[in-house]
Write a protein that binds this ligand. Structure first.
Ligand SMILES: [Zn+2]
Length: 374
């Protein structure tokens, strides 16, 4: 060993920017919590045993709407009295098995409220859901016993399904604005299937316009499939990031320079596309083209799992598979990893820098010096 040498010391930090709360823990844990801990028959009405439940998540889906049935099933299970369990398990897994330092979890609070109540009461309950989640996140964040050194931020999702009236979506936006001022929510999103966007175009556009006026950070599930209407391109000007957006480099490459100029990145979640049938596999030329087209125009990409628990795929596996299938080069892997910190909604500029830089351990004349470059 040389007398003075620098070694990579810490594990490289990772950030997950596109994770749905509903898809964040494994079906096995959900089954256990509901049927064993809570002794509830909510799932047993539909699934005769755990294996049929697991099979529901493992099956290949025909399209995005078919895929979203998984969320439809899980969301009502994540009700108020189970939030603590889901948050704790999410954080434990992310720390123990995924080496995540920063996570943005997105969720539609309305989907977790009591379905038996009237819309007005459910809207009021959304506030309680967001505050309780914040309470549990804080409880399990840190370096103490049963705590995890991970920064977790909430993003609230509006929804495009008809059960989410314009009233509900507008209340989600109001709640996001209010909670953003309290540092409890850090962004706004829309999810729920792109086929419905056409009918709700004005509503969606106006809500995002208002979000930007209120200084809220924004992302949106758009151009994941070919179902997003062309005119949704108008929405891009109100976004900081795009949830998926993979059809933009494929169908509308002329928009890439606009993304670059405005520092808008694409949140690419490979496993979802194979699961939904958008692309056959990693060798699909169109899948590879997303990366080459963005690279050519210097548009940032961040990699996400979308639903690590549902997919049984950790973030590092997503990166590793891209590398193994020669979709990206190793240099890109590191850049995409750093992009996630750069485009995070809930980190200060100094925090971003700490996470992006490597932590080095220097051995100087037998003394160990830990270096953090800021
Ligand atoms: Zn998503």
């Amino acid at each position: 060993m040389k007398e003075k040498d620098t070694f990579h010391f810490s594990k490289t930090p990772y950030a997950e920017l596109h994770l749905h709360f509903g898809g964040s823990i494994s079906p096995r844990m959900i089954w256990h919590k509901v049927t064993v801990d809570d002794k509830s028959d909510e799932l047993k009405k539909e699934f005769k045993d755990f294996y049929s439940f697991q099979n529901f998540f493992d099956q290949k889906r025909n399209n995005l709407d078919d895929y979203l049935k998984m969320h439809k099933l899980v969301e009502p299970l994540q009700k108020l009295d189970r939030l603590e369990y889901f948050i704790q398990r999410l954080m434990r897994g992310a720390y123990e098995f995924e080496n995540l330092s920063y996570i943005e979890i997105r969720h539609c609070p309305y989907g977790r409220t009591n379905k038996l109540k009237e819309e007005k009461e459910r809207i009021a309950e959304m506030r309680v859901i967001v505050l309780k989640m914040d309470e549990y996140i804080k409880k399990y964040t840190g370096g103490g016993k049963n705590q995890y050194p991970i920064i977790i931020r909430q993003i609230l999702c509006m929804h495009s399904q008809p059960t989410y009236s314009p009233n509900v979506n507008s209340a989600i936006l109001d709640l996001a604005i209010e909670m953003n001022k309290l540092n409890i929510v850090h962004g706004l999103d829309i999810a729920g299937g792109e086929k419905n966007y056409s009918d709700r175009y004005d509503e969606i556009l106006n809500n995002f316009k208002r979000a930007k006026e209120e200084k809220l950070r924004t992302t949106a599930h758009i151009f994941e499939t070919e179902d997003t209407p062309d005119r949704m391109l108008e929405l891009i000007q109100y976004l900081d990031r795009i949830g998926h957006g993979i059809q933009i480099p494929l169908k509308y490459p002329s928009y890439l320079p606009f993304l670059k100029q405005n520092n808008i990145c694409l949140e690419v979640c490979p496993t979802t596309y194979f699961k939904c049938g958008t692309f056959e596999d990693y060798n699909d030329e169109n899948f590879k083209k997303i990366f080459s087209a963005c690279e050519k125009e210097n548009v940032d990409i961040v990699i996400g799992t979308d639903n690590s628990g549902m997919h049984n795929v950790r973030l590092q596996t997503e990166f590793e598979n891209l590398l193994l299938h020669e979709v990206i080069k190793y240099e890109q892997l590191n850049r995409f990893r750093q992009n996630a910190f750069e485009h995070a909604f809930g980190l200060t500029p100094v925090e971003k820098q700490i996470f992006k830089d490597d932590v080095n351990l220097t051995i100087d004349n037998g003394k160990y010096v830990l270096e953090i470059k800021i």
